[in-house]
Design a protein around this ligand. Structure first.
Ligand SMILES: [Zn+2]
Length: 294
């Protein structure tokens, strides 16, 4: 065994262990890679194997850009089945902003403004989404969050850099989760205007999962910068874009992301749009109405 796992490490139920023999030269190369990257053996071997079999780990796959969303470009660009080829975990939205998208354990869910949740078929076209293959680099148990700010501070503590992307998965029983869900709007209605008509939900004592992404500020032209969390209950009947939450004894898993794949729509809507405006101000008001701002 090359590396002692830290005490907070627990085996992921979706992980398998392998034992194999490799040549001395490869062993040395692997050891030097571990030393250079400061990463775990699990991380390095998964990444390298994933690359050779066409499954990239620690890669963010994004459809369209946040600037396009802010400008009201909500036409379908990519099918759900293609999205799932690139990731099993993430968030996004639907054509005409019809609800909030949650991608969890390889399934795509739509949370609608009526509060209903349904699994989405593979042939549906979607306008915007961000997914990754979630494989935790770290996991901590017994996490307590008094509010959304405490959640983001706990996640900050798991990030080793302000310049990489991160995915966060939080599981457990929540005393409170406040979500919002977008309502369908006509094409061309800006995200800021659309956000004023959203539906709001309060869930109490509910078991479920937070699906979160963190993006650096420099990426604000194409992805929502900072934290962005969606919620899905364990019974897959409730969810939405998270505005606030409170919970104790949660499990927090984090995974760093250093590769990006942005798939730009080839719709006439996208090709002809003026995307020169800085979307950040509108994104902050549309996506982060939780207080205090973070
Ligand atoms: Zn959202």
């Amino acid at each position: 065994v090359w590396q002692q796992r830290p005490p907070w490490w627990h085996r992921d139920r979706n992980m398998k262990s392998i034992t194999c023999s490799i040549p001395d030269s490869l062993y040395c190369a692997l050891q030097s890679r571990l030393a250079t990257e400061g990463a775990t053996l699990d991380h390095v071997v998964s990444t390298l194997l994933g690359q050779s079999v066409g499954q990239s780990f620690h890669t963010l796959f994004q459809v369209s850009t946040s600037a396009a969303l802010v400008e009201g470009l909500y036409q379908g660009a990519v099918r759900v089945s293609k999205l799932l080829e690139h990731g099993d975990f993430g968030l996004g939205t639907f054509v005409d902003l019809d609800g909030e998208m949650v991608v969890l354990e390889g399934k795509v869910y739509q949370v609608t403004a009526s509060g209903e949740v349904g699994e989405v078929e593979g042939d549906r076209l979607i306008p915007y989404a961000v997914v990754t293959r979630f494989r935790a680099d770290i996991e901590i148990g017994g996490a307590i969050f008094a509010d959304f700010t405490a959640l983001t501070e706990a996640c900050d503590g798991r990030r080793t850099s302000d310049n990489l992307f991160y995915a966060f998965r939080v599981d457990g029983v929540f005393q409170l989760v406040q979500t919002r869900v977008m309502r369908t709007v006509a094409a061309g209605v800006s995200l800021g205007t659309a956000a004023t008509g959203q539906a709001n939900f309060n869930f109490e004592n509910i078991r479920g999962t937070l699906i979160g992404l963190w993006a650096p500020g420099y990426a604000g032209a194409f992805i929502v910068p900072g934290y962005h969390f969606h919620f899905l209950s364990e019974d897959r009947k409730s969810g939405g874009h998270v505005l606030d939450c409170r919970a104790r004894d949660l499990t927090l898993q984090a995974c760093s992301i250093s590769e990006l794949h942005v798939s730009l729509p080839k719709t006439s809507e996208f090709l002809q749009a003026d995307l020169t405006r800085d979307p950040n101000q509108q994104l902050i008001s549309a996506e982060r109405s939780h207080s205090p701002e973070k």
